[in-house]
Design a protein around this ligand. Sequence first.
Ligand SMILES: [Zn+2]
Length: 161
Amino acid sequence: MPRRCSVCDHASRDEVDRALVAGESFRDIAGRFAGLTPASIHRHRGTHLAAIVRKARDSEDAARAESVLDQVRSLHARTLRILAAAEAEGDASTALRALREARGGLVLLAKLLGELDEAPTVNVSLDSGWPALRTAILSALEPYPEARGAVAQALADGHAS
Ligand SMILES: [Zn+2]
């Protein structure tokens, strides 16, 4: 039977870990938590704490990365709402500006996702999102042939660049 770690099994394990991370001495920590000895805390720090801290840091990075993505996503969603409103009002120039923003947002999202995955998926991500968006925009503009023509032209120009 493997020997259990009295710190890992301890009811106050999180507090012990925090005290270790804060740099408290083994003796002080052992004095504060019943059933622990300086030696058991020392062993726990050496064999278990590093992995715990590493895991916490990884998840923090992931959370930070997620929050950046969330911000870009929410900006993108706002742009799409502006675009929809502009289309509903037949405001072609605002629609065009929103369209450029939306395109920029998609490119940025694709870049972020590509970088986070560390794989060359930028074109795939962009291509899977863009045609659907383009189709939706052009069909939404059908009641406004003039705006639709201008948007289609802008899309063609933008896509070539
Ligand atoms: Zn342990």
